[in-house]
Design a protein around this ligand. Structure first.
Ligand code: PAF
Length: 280
């Protein structure tokens, strides 16, 4: 496994790999890897010849007062997991090189990024699209693997890839959950044991919505209310949003269309913001 820090070195190697006919798979991450990230590596190992995984805590996708300063880091643990999983190249750029003095270009997706998480975190997706465009230009992947847990991010990035003509295919990995149903996230590490117990209501609430759909209820508002009332049973949970949306566009929908509609939600547990979703 190769570990590369320099942007030039990474870009030269990607060019060389492409010229040599190697199909490049790429997993962008902010590190503190869990099974969800590793399942994306597995997906790419099946479909590509060289798997690159990047680790970069991207400052410009965090808003003021968010958790940039305390975002969990465990580079040694991450390297061990990457090695065990068969990642070929880990790319760990430096912030000062990624955003050189005078950096003044940002990429803004204007539609999908505006609602849901984009309302609470107004500059977040601009930061995500900007860093991903840069990483795509550096790592030059044929295929990118993204996790379904960040459902809106997936749709925003697919839109950017299409709109900006990146010759990249996107594969989406399922949400990975702990045994008790909590979706895996680097941010789960912030939770106290009591908060973690309350966090179980997130998945429980999504399943309450799904159960109604199973009983034939197809009204989006009724589903949302069932989700909200389950979440309200947890003392420490504050709602950011709950919506029923089209999974391909993230537009809110009144009527459930099976396999096309999705419940998406974001909640606060004290200062920890968690997101989750379920395709109905
Ligand atoms: O999902 C993430 O971890 C980040 O948003 C990403 C895609 C690595 C960009 O920084």
């Amino acid at each position: 496994m190769q570990i590369i820090h320099s942007i030039d070195e990474m870009q030269c190697l990607s060019e060389k790999l492409r010229k040599g006919g190697s199909k490049i798979g790429f997993v962008p991450t902010m590190g503190y890897l869990h099974k969800g990230h590793l399942s994306l590596v597995d997906l790419l190992k099946e479909q590509t010849d060289t798997v690159i995984l990047s680790i970069f805590v991207n400052p410009i996708q965090f808003g003021k007062g968010e958790d940039l300063e305390k975002y969990p880091i465990d580079l040694d643990g991450d390297m061990k997991l990457c090695q065990e999983r068969g990642v070929d190249i880990v790319f760990i750029p430096e912030g000062v090189e990624m955003y050189r003095k005078g950096h003044s270009t940002l990429i803004q997706e204007e539609k999908v990024s505006q609602g849901l998480c984009g309302k609470t975190r107004p500059s977040h997706f601009q930061g995500v699209t900007t860093i991903c465009a840069k990483l795509f230009n550096i790592c030059q992947p044929h295929t990118v693997a993204l996790g379904q847990k960040d459902a809106q991010q997936v749709v925003v990035l697919k839109r950017m890839i299409l709109d900006l003509n990146f010759p990249i295919e996107v594969v989406v990995g399922d949400i990975f959950r702990e045994n008790d149903g909590l979706a895996m996230s680097s941010r789960n590490s912030y939770l106290t044991s009591e908060q973690r117990r309350d966090a179980l209501f997130i998945n429980r609430s999504l399943r309450a919505g799904q159960e109604l759909v199973g009983q034939g209820v197809l009204n989006g508002e009724t589903i949302m209310q069932a989700v909200i009332s389950t979440l309200r049973q947890a003392k420490s949970i504050r709602l950011d949003y709950v919506e029923v949306v089209d999974r391909n566009t993230m537009e809110p929908k009144q009527e459930i269309i099976p396999n096309q509609s999705m419940i998406v939600l974001a909640v606060w547990i004290d200062k920890v913001r968690l997101i989750d979703n379920l395709i109905l």
